[in-house]
Design a binder for this molecule. Sequence first.
Ligand code: SF4
Length: 258
Amino acid sequence: MAPLDAAARAFEPEDGPRVFDPEAGATEEAAALNARYGHLDTPGIVAAALAYFPGRIAAVSSFGAESAVFLHHLAAIDRHAPVIFIDSGRLFPETLAYRDELTQRLGLTDVRTVGPPADRIDRLDPHRALWMTDPDLCCRIRKTEPLIRALDGFDAWFTGRKHFQSALRAALSVFEADGARVKVNPLLRWKAADLAAYAERHALPAHPLASRGFPSIGCVPCTTTVRPDEGVRAGRWRGLDKDECGIHLGLESDGSGI
Ligand code: SF4
């Protein structure tokens, strides 16, 4: 794959690599990173974060409808960077197939599929109906807890979140503290039209459900199609007072005990 930007690949961070001060915490560090690198374009942010957290940053991807654009940027700079994919056990089969297709197409070499241990599901969700009675607990055991385990050993992680996706996400910064870790959001300023144009320009494969009315794709029981006049995440947990699965609500404060 051709590099997005040769300068980005040769990026030398002014402040890194990271020397973490637990006393100061990640909040001040994230603010400093925003001041230093938050204005960069997406290749610049990805390169800066990879250089600042060498070997200590992973991407977390749902391999959903908009995932290809970020993964294409990552692969162009470092296709060996770890990518964590959470298989909750309730995903659409199309998502699993898309993970495999995109991994091969982009040449990603370290996609790590993680999920809940069977004994925990057997104990807490034996009938696979927990999403109906306690969706927060269901998300916690199927998504948040596996992610916490997968991020052990990493200081930071990339997300693919964008400002336009929801009111909650509209307030995000490029670098944000998540406990002792830093979350990096290189695509925040992209619009839906930018993503579509980029995907077309680079001939990126689309998620098979994207053209069938699913602009945001999660688990089968908690994802519906959306109407053209609705927000892109309107089909996620439709009818519930719930906008996020929990992995973006503070991994170390969700009470999972891990
Ligand atoms: S999105 Fe639904 S099915 Fe998936 S983990 Fe959360 S509550 Fe469970």
